[in-house]
Design a protein around this ligand. Structure first.
Ligand code: SF4
Ligand code: SF4
Length: 255
């Protein structure tokens, strides 16, 4: 997704799932880990859950240590990006000369790279299916390798499907907000709730179970039990609730 918004020269090629490209990234390439420096990686809600669990931190601790706030262009929505190190080359906090130390839990953008996904970039004419394009940074030599992929194969190989499935409700919210006229602004409280659900799942859990939330809304017992035990279910519940908060859909019934 150019959730990454990587500071890159972006090739204006619109790719579909069956589009082909040649690319390979491995330790032997001369540019190994160059793409992990000087970057802007916007994190998705599921990225935060994977990373905070991997690092055994609360979502609040993870946000404080590893992220910095940004506004997602053309949406006015608050998002977070990975906070880079304060070294000369602005390294990602997880990169070493041997590669990524959290590779199995790397963010969605790192999985897609060298592809970007238009649904979360600033591309015009994006519908909810989105499309793909190359984030073609001049230092990346992976395009000189011989291995050929379709976009579908690359997604499968990099394990992005599960990320995209879990983030689907969030992507919908972002795409929908982007389609609004720029003068239609969200109130601060709505933006705060968007941030809470999207990035601070532990605090959102507290909000649901330790405030008057469950007294105010008609939520069936089965759902309450599910979201109590399963943070992915809680996240999805949060996206549905945000639809009400942001777009007044009225699907959450007040008691
Ligand atoms: S710059 Fe490209 S080829 Fe080099 S390590 Fe990064 S993704 Fe791999
Ligand atoms: S999270 Fe891993 S793959 Fe992504 S930029 Fe950092 S070191 Fe590279």
């Amino acid at each position: 997704m150019d959730i990454s918004d990587r500071m890159a020269e972006v090739e204006p090629v619109r790719l579909g799932l069956d589009s082909k490209f040649k690319f390979e990234c491995h330790k032997g390439v001369k540019c190994f880990t160059k793409c992990c420096r000087g970057i802007n990686i916007i994190l998705t809600p599921y990225d935060i859950i994977r990373l905070k669990n991997r690092l055994q931190l609360s979502s609040e601790e993870f946000l404080a240590i590893y992220t910095e706030p940004q506004l997602l262009e053309k949406t006015d929505l608050p998002v977070v990006a990975l906070k880079l190190m304060d070294d000369d080359i602005q390294s990602c906090p997880f990169v070493t000369d041997d590669g990524c130390i959290i590779y199995e839990d790397r963010p969605t953008t790192c999985r897609y790279y060298p592809l970007g996904v238009a649904s979360l970039s600033h591309k015009e004419g994006v519908d909810s299916d989105g499309f793909y394009f190359f984030v073609h940074e001049p230092h990346c030599l992976g395009f000189e390798e011989e291995k050929e992929w379709t976009v579908r194969e690359w997604r499968n190989d990099q394990g992005v499907d599960i990320h995209d499935d879990i983030n689907a409700g969030w992507t919908d919210l972002v795409v929908r907000k982007r389609s609004f006229p720029p003068n239609l602004k969200l109130v601060e409280e709505s933006k705060k709730m968007f941030f809470l659900v999207s990035y601070n799942i532990d605090k959102f859990r507290q909000f649901v179970f330790e405030s008057s939330f469950l007294d105010r809304y008609n939520i069936d017992d089965e759902t309450v039990e599910r979201i109590r035990k399963d943070e992915i279910a809680l996240l999805d519940f949060g996206f549905k609730w945000l639809k009400d908060v942001l777009f007044k859909e009225g699907s959450f019934q007040l008691k």
